[in-house]
Ligand binder design. Structure first.
Ligand code: SF4
Length: 198
């Protein structure tokens, strides 16, 4: 990104990528720099489920806890370093006689895993529902098609020389070839002008 700032004077306003890049840390990094992330959010820390989602629980910031749909408290337990989530849970006693239990948990009590970068994930999720997201994905595919052509048809799967200036030269040459191919295709597809008849 430093290179981009040096060259263009500022960071991009948006960034489009595929779901592989939709992890919380990258989304947070982009968010911190004011870059709108047109990337689908990757993993759901709670896994795919038909049980009550996070949106059914109310966060109480003063006490750093959640209230469940029937008003019971889920207390903060700590961070799970393995999947980078804040963990909250209820207790067996609170959930035992709950009428909503079958819709809330398959265990003895409900646990919530909130990603440490959840706000950035939520923002990216909301952006993915906008028309701008679809436009950015179309633009992304056009660019990626050029890179695929470079790799698969022009042989730029690997670079022969190291160091940035040599890498740049190889890319410029390959891009020149790519543009020449396009030019030939464009010129050969032009309709032949009709001869004027008397
Ligand atoms: S099962 Fe527990 S956490 Fe879920 S709604 Fe009932 S009391 Fe609340």
């Amino acid at each position: 990104m430093n290179d981009i700032v040096k060259r263009h004077g500022s960071l991009p306003q948006t960034l489009a990528a595929d779901t592989t890049y939709g992890n919380g840390e990258l989304l947070q990094w982009l968010d911190d720099r004011g870059i709108a992330a047109y990337i689908r959010v990757k993993e759901n820390p709670n896994g795919p489920t038909d049980l009550y989602g996070i949106d059914q629980f109310t966060y109480i910031p003063e006490e750093n806890c959640y209230l469940c749909p029937v008003g019971k408290i889920l207390k903060y337990i700590g961070i799970n370093a393995r999947n980078r989530t804040h963990v909250y849970h209820s207790t067996v006693k609170r959930c035992r006689d709950c009428l909503q239990k079958s819709r809330c948990t398959r265990g003895k009590y409900r646990t919530l895993a909130i990603h440490t970068c959840e706000p950035a994930r939520q923002r990216a999720h909301a952006l993915a529902q906008t028309p701008a997201f679809a436009i950015s994905q179309r633009a992304r595919r056009k660019v990626e098609a050029l890179f695929a052509e470079l790799k698969n048809y022009i042989g730029l799967r690997r670079l022969r020389l190291r160091r940035m200036r040599f890498v740049r030269e190889q890319f410029y040459l390959a891009a020149t070839v790519q543009n020449l191919k396009r030019l030939v295709r464009f010129l050969s597809s032009k309709p032949t002008p009709k001869l004027a008849t008397a």
